[in-house]
Structure formats: C-alpha cells, structure tokens
Design a protein around this ligand. Structure first.
Ligand SMILES: [Mg+2]
Length: 444
C-alpha cells in the first residue's frame, strides 16, 4: 500500500508561509530571470493564468487583479521541502522522495484507518511547516498518483486525503481520466493510444497487457497492470545514480567580456563539484558551452562547446574550474553578446570506485584535495550564496539572474530572518480575561 504526499502549488505555498497577507490572494511564481509562470495558487488558476505563460505577455491583462508576483526563491523552497520530507520521514517505515514536493510513503501493513492516517499527515505537515499537502492512498503508485489528483481537486469528502479503495465507483472514475493524465504516459504516446481506441485510463486498464508491451514496451504494460491494482513499481529507496550533472543559466543581461563569462563558468563548475560530492561521484570529463540568443536580431549568432577529459576522475572544484576555463578560452569569441553558458559533468563514477594513479602528474587530487573539499563543503553547508569561494568566481556578477521580486531567505540566512512582533495592547486584554478568546495580533 502506498501513499503519495504532494504539496499543493508548492512554490506559491512556500511564498505564503512567511507572508500570511498572501493568503486568499492570487499568487504566481516566475522562473529564472522572471520569465514564465511556474507555480500558481488556486486563486491564480481561477483567474485563468496558464502554466508556463511568459509573464510579460499576461502582465497587462492582469493589472488590477491583485496578483502577487514572486521571483523564484530556491533557497526557501529547497529548505521548506527538506522540512516537509523530514516530517514525512516520521510518518511511515519507508519513503521515496520523488521530487522537490512529492513523496511516496510505504503504507503496507499499517494498522487502522488509512484515510484517517492520511488526514493526520496532512494536518501535521501543515501545522509544522505551513505547507498544505494532499495525500492519495492506493495499492499501486500509479493509482496513488490518481487518488492524489482527485484529493487535490476536492473529490474527497474527508478533505485532503483520498483512499482509492473508498471511491464509490473506481471504474467510473477511471473512465473520467484522459489517458495522457495517467502518470508515466508520455505526451507522444497519447495519440497512438487513442488510435488504438484507448482514450481514458479505464480503457488502458482494460487493454491487453501483451498488446501494450508489443506496441509500446514494458513501461506501458506496467502502467496498465498498475491501473488494475497490481503493483509493479516498488519504492525506490535509493535514487539511481546520476549519469551527468548540468549547471547552466541564462544571464540576467547579455555578457560580452571574457572575465564575466569566466566568472559565470567558474561558479557553474564549483556548483557542479559540490553536487558531485553530495552524491559521492567523480567526473571523468567536463564540457563547457555558451551561446548568443537565438532571438537577437542584431549581431551574429554563435554557439559552441568544448570537452575536456578529467584523468584521473575528479570531484575537486579547483580542477573542474581550471578545466572549464581552459575549455572556455578555446571557444570564446570577442565582440559577441552571450545569453547563456553552462557546464556539463560527464561519465560520472562512484567516488570510492575511482581508479587511483600511481605517479600522478595532477597536483591536488587524492586525500589532500578530498580534505580540502570536505572543509569547503562544511563552510558552505548553508544553502544560498556560499561563504567561501574561488577567486575566479568573483570576477563578475552581471551574469546573475534578474530576480526583482524575490522574497527573503527566511529560513536559511540569519540576516533575512523574519521578526515577529506581538501587539502588547491585545496581549494585556487577553491577560485581563475581558474577552473569551483573544489571540495576540502577530505581524511579520
Ligand atoms: Mg505539487
């Protein structure tokens, strides 16, 4: 038995945790460089704001609707996600963190009423973190996903939790779900499934698994069996190892100088190094790339990349930066307006399985470099901007993203910690007991 816990409108909900005035108001969160809508509160959905809409296109129409617009604040979302997962870890014997705002819990063999348990989880997460969640409970992960969706749409009389087995008519429910909305069904399969007469989840559940296997492969066959209630997708307790790590950004403004690009690429390489180390991996190659904007009408277009082998494999940020900058020197062309650059770490291998070198020509790798990186990671463990950086990362800042409406990092930076004031007059009234219930007015 599985429970899928999914945070409602996660980024928009995070913005509300420390800004209670946003409660009840339409809230949207924009992507990097304040580009497109990536999260919407229910009120924003009701206004007809589409997902992924470029903000500059809809801004005019929404003037006067009271929409609160936020730049994305990943330090806040990452930290609140960690807190939600921490609460969930105490709610079931095993869990799989599926994404920043979703988690599968193992409900197998748990005693008592599972819906009540789901409601209790939703209440606890809300109270301890401020984040609203929905809980879908079912004998397979695919059905748990669907149950969660229904709970989010208010289809559960119990509130934010819904148990598949308690649905009055599961077949009818499946008939009301388009096949493309089933978890794991890729967009491109939708049309082909429809051509076979499979348009809803119910038809997919009733289809011949062998036919599906022949036409689409084992993935769709598994989804079919999962819809029938046969569990084929177990909890993945250990996430599969990453094959590559990409760190890239669109710049806040066009970048022309080598020094600025070098700073950006150094930051990307250092960030990639940190990701390697948290996942206990080493890279055997690094690729650096850059390009001008495909939408710029003036000036020549240019895109290029360079790959450098890393022998021996490494997770040393200093070596990654040197290799990335050497690659950049080879592909940089003066006089162009660059819009984006990135670093890709390739051929990743587990750090403890990397091949040693008897006569190493590369200084710095090995135990000493590992100790240095450990030290760096301890100093930089607080999310947000690192405390200790390589000098090359500091040569320019103009590439950084435009985030004009970013909320403070309320939970990860001392300097941005919210201050709470209780209204003294109200408190004294409460103390005198003149009214039955008087909570102090709290302002942030
Ligand atoms: Mg969600």
């Amino acid at each position: 038995m599985f429970a899928l816990v999914d945070c409602n409108n996660f980024y928009a909900s995070c913005e509300r945790v420390f800004r209670p005035a946003l409660e009840g108001r339409p809230v949207v969160v924009l992507s990097n460089n304040d580009g497109c809508v990536i999260s919407r509160s229910n009120e924003a959905k009701a206004l007809g704001i589409p997902m992924a809409a470029p903000w500059f296109k809809i801004e005019e129409r929404l003037r006067g609707c009271g929409v609160a617009v936020c730049s994305s604040n990943y330090a806040l979302y990452g930290d609140l996600s960690r807190r939600v997962m921490q609460v969930l870890a105490g709610c079931a014997p095993a869990l799989e963190t599926y994404s920043i705002d979703e988690c599968f819990l193992d409900f197998t063999g748990l005693p008592g009423d599972l819906t009540a348990r789901g409601l209790d989880i939703a209440r606890t997460v809300r109270q301890w973190t401020g984040i609203p969640v929905s809980v879908g409970i079912a004998p397979t992960k695919t059905l748990a996903k669907l149950a969660n969706r229904l709970a989010k749409k208010g289809r559960s009389p119990a509130g934010p939790a819904l148990e598949w087995a308690r649905l009055p008519n599961p077949q009818e429910t499946l008939a009301g779900i388009a096949v493309e909305d089933v978890w794991g069904i890729a967009k491109r399969w939708g049309a082909r499934l429809r051509a076979l007469g499979i348009a809803q989840a119910q038809a997919l559940a009733a289809a011949d698994p062998r036919l599906l296997r022949r036409e689409f492969g084992v993935v769709v066959e598994r989804i079919c069996r999962e819809l029938q209630g046969v569990s084929c997708l177990p909890l993945e307790l250990v996430p599969p190892p990453r094959k590559q790590i990409l760190v890239s950004r669109s710049f806040g403004e066009r970048i022309r100088s080598f020094a600025e690009l070098r700073a950006a690429v150094s930051v990307f390489a250092a960030r990639g190094g940190r990701k390697l180390r948290t996942q206990r991996l080493c890279a055997q190659a690094i690729s650096v790339f850059l390009h001008t904007s495909p939408f710029d009408v003036v000036g020549p277009r240019y895109a290029n990349g360079a790959m450098r082998p890393l022998d021996p494999p490494t997770r040393d940020s200093g070596r990654l930066i040197r290799a990335a900058v050497a690659g950049l020197e080879g592909i940089f062309r003066a006089g162009l307006a660059y819009q984006r650059a990135g670093v890709l770490l390739l051929d990743l291998v587990p750090a403890d399985a990397r091949q040693g070198v008897l006569f190493s020509a590369v200084p710095g790798d090995g135990a000493r470099a590992d100790r240095l990186m450990d030290c760096l990671d301890v100093l930089n463990r607080v999310p947000g901007r690192p405390a200790v950086r390589y000098a090359g990362e500091l040569l320019g800042e103009r590439w950084r993203m435009r985030q004009r409406r970013k909320s403070p990092a309320c939970t990860t930076r001392w300097s941005e910690l919210p201050v709470v004031r209780a209204d003294a007059a109200c408190l004294s009234v409460a103390a005198a007991g003149r009214s039955g219930v008087c909570l102090p007015r709290i302002s942030l």
